[in-house]
Design a protein around this ligand. Sequence first.
Ligand SMILES: NC(=O)c1ccc[n+]([C@@H]2O[C@H](COP(=O)([O-])OP(=O)(O)OC[C@H]3O[C@@H](n4cnc5c(N)ncnc54)[C@H](OP(=O)(O)O)[C@@H]3O)[C@@H](O)[C@H]2O)c1
Length: 318
Amino acid sequence: MSTVCGDPLGHVVVFGFGAQGRAQALNLHDSGVRVSVALREGSPRREEVLASRLPCLDLEDGARAADLAAVLVPDEAHAALYSEILAPGLRRGTALVFAHGYSVHYGRIRPRPDLDVVLVAPMGIGPQVRARFLAGSGVPALVAVAQDGSGEAMRHARRYAEALGSGRRAILETTFAEETETDLFAEQAVICGGLTHLIAAGFETLVEAGYRPEIAYFCCLEELKLIADLVYERGLEGMRRSISTTALYGDYTRGPRVIGEGVRAAMRAVLGEIRSGRFDQELAREAAAGWPTLQAARDRAACHPLEEVGRRLRGEDS
Ligand SMILES: NC(=O)c1ccc[n+]([C@@H]2O[C@H](COP(=O)([O-])OP(=O)(O)OC[C@H]3O[C@@H](n4cnc5c(N)ncnc54)[C@H](OP(=O)(O)O)[C@@H]3O)[C@@H](O)[C@H]2O)c1
């Protein structure tokens, strides 16, 4: 049995070899954990797994072999993987590890009572989880326990997070509810939905007023990287110490007018839909219908003038 820092995790089977699966399987392996990867039949990633010198199992064998099963397939595939493969296959007392609490929190999966159910959610995308580990650091991770049949669940979650490299930064305890709801809120209202629509609204406002689209693109989109890097490195006030006095005055006096009470009320409404389960139900209906709203929105966004300008500036149209 492999050990991490002297504590046994046993045989970890990672289901899926995508963004998180690849990074986590490789980090665990490099930390001395015994790891196999389980893939569905016909997976295009089988060769890559074998080239990484990790054992590659089919899903059924992976479920039977696991002391700890890491569910690293997309959230919308969790319920079927659990009901068809994991529930019938896992041995008594196996630990299930999730990188996001969604399917357990919203009851899309109801794990057998004998299983430990833990969350180890790296606060970064898969490539960062791997790159930071290789650079001798890690990304912070959130850990939580939903079921603790063994009495060891939190210890397993912490050991798993350490083996990912997260102990080099921070391992923070949370709950499945807190991780899921804050993650959904942040991606909907701030870092994905909020940010993309703020950029598009700024671009449209300048172009409607007659300014050149290329200039609007640089001001509202490209320069964001500089500011985001400063915010990441130094926090909001640290970033503000690096901008001009004119920019700072505009930030303090105009920012609250743009992100005013109307935006805050919309944020509270979005959070309410997440907490009540309304967003989860809407997402399930959308998935069952074959993602028509998502596809239509994606098609519209791809034709937005901002994208055309971006493609032209990156030389992709030539
Ligand atoms: N993306 C991130 O960096 C990130 C960050 C934090 C948390 N998470 C969480 O990590 C988990 C994994 O997300 P991800 O983005 O890493 O997923 P992903 O890259 O889309 O996962 C792809 C892998 O999942 C397999 N897969 C897809 N559908 C499957 C099915 N129905 N049955 C069996 N295997 C299936 C694929 O199989 P094939 O090889 O056959 O195609 C592939 O190996 C999710 O819970 C997500 O919320 C992700």
